[in-house]
Design a protein around this ligand. Structure first.
Ligand SMILES: [Zn+2]
Ligand SMILES: [Zn+2]
Length: 382
């Protein structure tokens, strides 16, 4: 076997850094990937194998130093693809795709191996009142929860029966076969089909949990809703999701808030708005009115001569900014009510008022000022 210069194969210097080695390898492996060289497949495969072999040695500090010392990789044992793959996709990023296509099902099978897995997150939609959103609230919700099956203590096996070591994999969860390929021999590792990687076989299934070892119950969770939340706000309760697999961590519970609309108030961020109606006499003369707030009624002074649609501000009567003592304001818009029906005495007083104000008595006539306006509109429309 001729001596191979791995540095030359990867086109790098003898003092190349790990990053340089990886980068050179990535470039070349992409270039010589046999799938990318259909017209020259045999040559590409040969080259690809060389590149992998070089990378296998140079990317491992221990192997690299031995190679540097002895100038040869010979006597170091065969090229172990499993070891190579064991670096995991994170090390290679998008590059792992190449190996998926190149080694086909093998890569996928490895990912199916029995590993701890985090449980799924759960979502709980919680509708709360406008006031609770404004001031926060402590409440309790009931969520589905999984507990270790009390009958089988989580083993999934019927009490009295014992799970047996899987005869196919002898408890390892993996089945190894040696295969020959264009790269020579390599070890093929598959998840054991018989036990699905668990290494154990349950001969008699627990009837309470149907062999899962877990039973679904309900659990009461205390929830502290902070003041100032709005629709769409998510609260995370760690560890209250679905249980993990094979000792993996439990998922989380996400409580998604939706706030019911209020009869009187409209929310705009931390401010709220409402409307209130006063008589035209009060608008003209001024005075005190009662205005609802989130914390009951308050008095509001209306100055004389207040115009319709005037907006007053009640400072600090809005909603808290989450996690702060800062609070928004309440805006009160004034509607001025024009009386629809007037007694003859009221009409007379209004006419007197009009005369005092210098209005032309002829244009006022017998009809109320407001009726005349209405008539004018009707004529225009007709
Ligand atoms: Zn059970
Ligand atoms: Zn097995």
């Amino acid at each position: 076997m001729p001596k191979k210069d791995y540095y030359e194969i990867l086109g790098i210097n003898k003092d190349a850094s790990t990053e340089e080695i990886k980068s050179a390898y990535r470039k070349l492996a992409l270039k010589y990937h046999p799938d990318r060289n259909p017209s020259n497949k045999e040559e590409a495969e040969k080259k690809f194998k060389e590149i992998n072999e070089a990378y296998e040695v140079l990317s491992d500090p221990e192997k690299r130093s031995r190679y540097d010392q002895f100038g040869s990789a010979e006597g170091m044992g065969g090229f172990d693809f499993r070891d190579f793959q064991g670096r995991g996709p994170s090390d290679f990023g998008d590059f792992s795709d190449i190996f998926d296509s190149f080694f086909g099902t093998r890569t996928r099978r490895r990912e199916e191996r029995a590993r701890p897995q985090k449980g799924a997150d759960l979502r709980y939609d919680l509708e709360i009142s406008f006031e609770d959103a404004a001031f926060g609230k402590e409440t309790e919700i009931e969520v589905p929860h999984w507990e270790t099956c009390p009958v089988c203590q989580g083993s999934g096996a019927k009490p009295g029966s014992t799970p047996q070591t899987c005869p196919d994999c002898h408890g390892s969860g993996e089945v190894r076969t040696t295969q020959s390929s264009i790269f020579g021999q390599f070890v093929n590792v598959q998840t054991c089909r018989r036990c699905h990687g668990e290494g154990k076989i349950i001969t008699e299934v627990c009837s309470n949990c149907r062999g899962t070892g877990k039973v679904r119950t309900r659990k009461v969770v205390k929830v502290k809703i902070p003041a100032g939340v709005d629709s769409g706000y998510r609260l995370r309760v760690a560890g209250m999701g679905e249980p993990g697999e094979r000792g993996g961590p439990t998922g989380d519970l996400y409580i998604v808030i939706s706030v019911k609309p209020h009869k009187l108030f409209k929310r705009e961020g931390i401010n709220i708005r409402c409307n209130t109606t006063i008589s035209f006499v009060k608008a003209a003369l001024g005075g005190e009115i009662t205005v609802p707030t989130l914390e009951g009624n308050v008095k509001l002074k209306i100055p004389a001569g207040t115009q319709p649609n005037t907006v007053f501000r009640l400072k600090g009567k809005g909603i808290y900014k989450i996690g702060t003592k800062q609070r928004g304001d309440q805006y009160v818009k004034i509607n001025v009510e024009i009386p629809k029906k007037l007694s003859s005495e009221q009409k007379k007083l209004l006419l007197d008022f009009a005369k005092l104000s210098g209005e032309d008595p002829d244009t006022i006539g017998e009809k109320g000022v407001f009726d005349k306006i209405k008539d004018a509109f009707n004529q225009n429309e007709g």
